[in-house]
Design a protein around this ligand. Sequence first.
Ligand SMILES: [Zn+2]
Length: 130
Amino acid sequence: MTAPRTVTVPTSDHGDVTIPEPAWCIGIGHDVPNLRAEIAHQGEPFDITVNTARGPRRLLELMLWQDPFPSPASPHGATVYQVARLLDGDHFGYDFAGLEGLVTDLLEAAGTVRRIAACLRIEYALGGGR
Ligand SMILES: [Zn+2]
């Protein structure tokens, strides 16, 4: 049996802190001294993209996340969750059920885009598209 993987992170308030390192963590920020409460495990980001005239562009970015020393107010505690970073740069955490809600929102947004495309098709049929 192999020992669990660990990482030692320098902190400005607790010195070097050694913690279990999830296999999915890419180690961003583990070499920069911060507060212990600011330590986070971050997974490889996945871009959700659309194709544009200038190539694929990101709609949102998803990545696994874990706060090993969460604040008492953290809705996710120390459990692993997904972070979605939106076009405006803001980000939100989703557990499994929340991520299913995000899927529903994206499907509804796709339906809205499809209805707008149908309106544009009608506009073209009426001569507006020339
Ligand atoms: Zn990590």
